[in-house]
Design a protein around this ligand. Sequence first.
Ligand code: LMR
Length: 394
Amino acid sequence: MLTKLQQQPADKILALMAMYREDPRPTKIDLGVGVYKNAEGITPVMRAVKEAERRLVEEQTSKAYVALAGDPAYSDAMVGLILGTSVDRDRVAAIATPGGTGAVRQAFELIRNTSPEATVWVSNPTWPNHVSILNYLGMKNTAYRYFDAETRGVDFDGMMADLAGAKAGDVVLLHGCCHNPTGANLNLTQWQAVVDLLNDKGLIPMIDIAYQGFGDGLEEDAAATRLVASSVSECLIAGSCSKNFGVYRERTGLLMAVSETADNTGLTQANLNYLNRQNYSFPPDHGARVVTTILTDDGLRADWAAELEDTRLGMLRLREQLASELQRLCGSDRFGFIAQHRGMFSLLGTTPDLVERLRAEHGIYMVSDSRLNIAGLNSTTVPILANAIAEVGI
Ligand code: LMR
């Protein structure tokens, strides 16, 4: 049996992580995988997370199973964080999942179970694992235009024109904020136009929100998701705590399914529970419990939000520093988009050859599509990157 296995396609983000690890050059710079690093190059455990873990160690009396959906207090806290009061709580079914990827996977399986004929529309480009999982599950998927290679902003007209070709019942995968990989995002007027199109054509939105708090602020980054959820009859939302709580390895995510009326929530919840049972039974609990401890304690929540805000502002400063450094070196504003983009990433919009030259000649690692992790930089490495970009002629 095992000898018949085939080689599987490498994930380009994870392959890059391995290459970086093996590079002996002390000056190498990792701008690949989406992990936040502080000025010292460390991915810290956030203060509130440390404190919540300390409390858990002291106070937790059992490690017995919780529930198929995870702890209801976690769902309540996360539904509140992401949706606020935009949707009645009794319309929302939710399960804890192993990270945001787990939520995406469960959402896709739910779609496949209930609408096997639906096509899932994904932005071009999108997080590569979206397409990889859809293909793995044998689900129909197609790309809509998203990134404008000229302006490095959103090709909104192209996006709307492509989505106009979707058929009723198709699913449109949207990034709630901080688009990965491009960093280019819709404004709220554009989101409203997307909502109108979804409703006109009977399309179902699935929102992946993995970077809430990394763009314009916790509330601001949730605004589009709240607008969509409160304006359509049904939607799916995959949330993640990996980045905004820095609990990457704890695998802490959440899938929400919003039904048109509360009458349908019990059935939806039972299906979500069933999906968890089939795939892994009970979802991971530790990260979820840490997050719940933080979100339900005023002091911890305020401290977490403050640290997250410092992180966000630090990334914005790096964006501005890089854009102005490049402006100085190139004598033009053509890299101004870096300061406009939001979230962890910016897509430089250059060729894999030039990305490879950055790696080979300068030890700078970014994904071959030219996605750059801003949070991998610090004020010392920004000028090094800017010089390298200018030197290879991007
Ligand atoms: C990324 O896009 O780099 C992150 O979401 C990590 C991952 O799993 O790919």
